[in-house]
Design a protein around this ligand. Structure first.
Ligand SMILES: NC(=O)c1ccc[n+]([C@@H]2O[C@H](COP(=O)([O-])OP(=O)(O)OC[C@H]3O[C@@H](n4cnc5c(N)ncnc54)[C@H](OP(=O)(O)O)[C@@H]3O)[C@@H](O)[C@H]2O)c1
Length: 257
């Protein structure tokens, strides 16, 4: 990629990817590093961060930075951003990917469940974006990329908080795109369909659910982290400089049916 079409090159750019230690986030970090970016990955599990960094080095020969933090704790954001600036000197791209889910019937959800999911899936996205946008504005521009979900646009039982949070991310992407456009900050999102990761393992382990999910996907297969990462790579690159406020649904055609 580094020697490929230069509109897709991220050489000289610095990306911060939350939740970059496994699953979709690791796929994203690997793609950005493969395109020449310096990448900082953040999550709560030091061992996974180290393993992810080693696997990215093995895949594309680039050293990535790691930062162990709970992204839902806003008091840790300053140190995470500072560590990225200290290590790489700048930030050009923020990927708000970290997330988790609690599967529960709506009638059983309590306030603690609500706060846990909203905090990581929406509140932290809001305030980390704000913090990084100030840096991007001062630098003359950059890219904010959010990870929403197919469930921002369809109803799915037992994940009401998650769906509401991802709907919030969808809407936030549009609002921020307008507010930040004057500063040459592009704000876009990807909305993955079903990708087998630690977060979705329960759904994938249920044969009936698996069959139902697959029956809804015209392309006949589940997503891979790379399917999502490729779209993020595009959004992060100069090739997407004229794109803002867009949410790209990557669902194998589910939503078109
Ligand atoms: N998989 C899907 O089908 C799917 C579909 C639509 C959208 N998404 C979204 O895609 C994103 C990535 O999900 P995934 O499927 O790749 O899940 P995953 O494999 O569970 O990965 C989630 C990543 O986020 C990190 N993380 C979770 N909570 C965190 C916190 N409070 N602070 C810091 N890091 C945290 C995790 O590390 P630690 O737990 O070690 O902190 C991990 O690195 C999420 O936003 C998810 O909602 C996934």
């Amino acid at each position: 990629m580094e020697n490929g079409f230069k509109q897709f090159s991220l050489k000289g750019k610095v990306s911060l990817v939350t939740g970059g230690a496994r699953g979709i986030g690791l796929g994203i970090a690997r793609a950005l590093a493969g395109a020449g970016a310096d990448v900082m990955i953040a999550s709560r599990t030091e061992a996974q961060l180290k393993a992810a960094a080693a696997s990215i080095y093995e895949a594309c020969g680039r050293n990535v930075g790691t930062f162990c933090t709970d992204v839902s704790d806003l008091s840790g954001h300053a140190a995470m951003v500072e560590a990225t600036l200290q290590r790489f000197g700048r930030i050009d791209v923020l990927v708000n990917n970290a997330g988790s889910n609690i599967r529960k019937p709506f009638l059983e959800v309590d306030e603690a469940d609500y706060d846990t999911i909203m905090q990581i899936q929406l509140k932290s996205v809001f305030f980390l974006s704000q913090r990084v946008a100030k840096i991007l504005k001062a630098a003359g521009g950059g890219k904010l990329i959010n990870v929403s979900s197919l469930t921002s646009q369809i109803g799915v039982p037992n994940i009401s908080i998650y769906g509401a949070a991802k709907g919030g991310v969808f809407s936030l992407t549009k609002s921020l795109a307008l507010e930040l456009a004057p500063y040459h900050i592009n704000v876009n999102a990807v909305a993955p369909g079903y990708v087998r990761t630690a977060m979705t393992e329960a759904a994938f382990s249920d044969p009936k659910r698996l069959e139902w999910m697959l029956s809804r996907i015209p392309l006949g297969r589940f997503g891979q982290p790379e399917d999502i990462a490729n779209a993020v790579l595009y959004l992060a690159s100069p090739a997407a400089d004229y794109l803002t406020g867009e949410v790209i649904v990557i669902d194998g055609g589910w939503l078109s049916a």
